[in-house]
Design a protein around this ligand. Structure first.
Ligand code: MEV
Length: 424
């Protein structure tokens, strides 16, 4: 059992945080040790992951606190270079807790593979000819991965689409719907598509061109919602109703305007990507899927919604494709990714997707709350000031001093940090 509420975590030293994590979870010491030891991916391991390796590259890993998702506390590892994200998500998770936490679901882990069929004599007849062979095609695709099949995955369906008005005119596209269970699934789906290609040529008399997974994985959705009691929103001179309505107005901006929606969704992705990266998943795939989904109705819009319920409490929702896995690829090879999964105690890719979508919603709320009240810079400033102090050459003992002075002066700049350092 995990307790995700660790008060004062941010004030502890690195060693004290390890102790606090140990007390908050029954996860083994090796996992915690791995998380707190940076640079554990060796160059030898990295050399097996990509080409031309000469080094590895580290990023900060912080713990998202206070999360309760579907009634279960989760400590969430977040890998990110940007200040305020971990703190913002944790704080909003605390507010959401007061409303029961996050309530998340996922659809079946079904990915879409695309096969482009060109040079077909009669496109509509070819389309129906493919449907006539549906069972046969599914059986062929189903057999490419016996392990996946044993685990309950496999080919589920086909859909045939006519693409009109492309620069080369009309052509056919077959969508292969494939249940990939706990994998991200790209390899299984791409292999299945390649396997089907010659059969499609035979059925249609056409020429198969591309055979590749779609990152608009809108059959593999993650959804979450939260209720924030209006009283939990009040702070300083801001009454809860004002904060709530400000958040709803901020959401309306993103819902109606693509320029704002891009930034709004970027805030969601701050939380999402941090966990996707921590678990060794493909964040470009998640980004591509998210933004394509945000534009699926022809106009790019907000991935989340914010409104109020009958009691006047703030209600948030987020729905997005979530093609993440917990087996295979970097997830398997990278020791920190393995430790991250163990810390969250996830047993399935769906559970991971539910955590990720919830952290996205929390992060979105953190940004909107700040923007709708005191502005984003205030919260950013103290951490930013620390980074500026380090960049100006402040050693461990001077960072806090220099940063605090710059914040109190309202001037966070590298030249000022250098001056302060000289004065001290
Ligand atoms: C910054 O990384 C993210 C925000 O711009 C998101 C938003 O504007 O909603 C603060």
């Amino acid at each position: 059992m995990t307790n995700s509420r660790i008060s004062g975590f941010y004030k502890l030293s690195l060693d004290e945080r390890l102790d606090a994590l140990q007390k908050a979870t029954d996860v083994d010491d090796e996992t915690l040790g791995t998380l707190l030891t940076s640079g554990l991916l060796t160059t030898q391991q990295a050399d097996k992951m990509v080409e031309n390796v000469v080094a590895t590259h580290n990023l900060p890993l912080g713990i998202g606190l206070n999360f309760k998702i579907n009634g279960v506390d989760r400590l969430i590892p977040m890998v990110i270079e940007e200040p305020s994200v971990v703190a913002g998500a944790s704080f909003m998770a605390k507010l959401a807790r007061a409303g029961g936490g996050f309530f998340a679901t996922t659809s079946a882990p079904e990915m879409i593979g695309q096969i482009q069929v060109l040079d077909v004599a009669n496109i509509h007849s070819a389309k129906l000819a493919i449907y006539e062979k549906r069972e046969e095609l599914l059986a062929i695709a189903d057999n490419i991965d016996p392990i996946l099949k044993k685990l309950g995955g496999g080919a589920r369906d086909i859909e045939v689409r006519v693409i009109e008005n492309s620069p080369i005119g009309e052509f056919l596209v077959l969508h292969l719907i494939y249940d990939v269970r706990d994998a991200m699934g790209a390899n299984a789906v791409n292999t299945a598509c390649e396997k089907l290609a010659p059969h499609l040529e035979k059925i249609t008399g056409g020429r198969v061109h591309l055979k590749i997974l779609s990152n608009l994985s809108d059959k593999r959705m993650a959804r979450t919602r939260c209720v924030i009691p209006v009283d939990a929103l009040k702070f300083d001179d801001y009454v809860g109703e004002l904060v709530r309505d400000g958040i709803i107005e901020a959401y309306a901006f993103a819902a109606a305007d693509p320029y704002r929606a891009a930034t709004h969704n970027k805030g969601i992705m701050n939380g999402v990507d941090a966990v996707v990266i921590a678990t060794g998943n493909d964040w470009r795939a998640i980004e591509a899927g998210a933004h394509a989904y945000a534009a699926k109705d022809g106009k790019y819009t907000s991935l989340s919604t914010w409104g109020k319920n009958d009691e006047g409490n703030l209600v948030g929702t987020l729905e997005m494709p979530m093609a993440v896995g917990i087996v295979g690829g970097a997830t398997k090879v990278h020791p920190t990714a393995q430790a991250a999964l163990r810390l969250m105690q996830v047993k399935t890719a769906s559970e991971l997707a539910e955590i990720i979508v919830s952290i996205g919603l929390a992060q979105n709320l953190a940004a909107l709350r700040a923007l709708a009240t005191e502005g984003i810079q205030r919260g950013h400033m103290s951490l930013h000031a620390r980074q500026v102090a380090i960049a100006a050459g402040a050693g461990d003992e001077m960072v806090e001093l220099v940063a605090a002075q710059m914040v109190s002066e309202g001037m966070v700049r590298i030249d000022r940090a250098e001056e302060i350092l000289k004065e001290k």
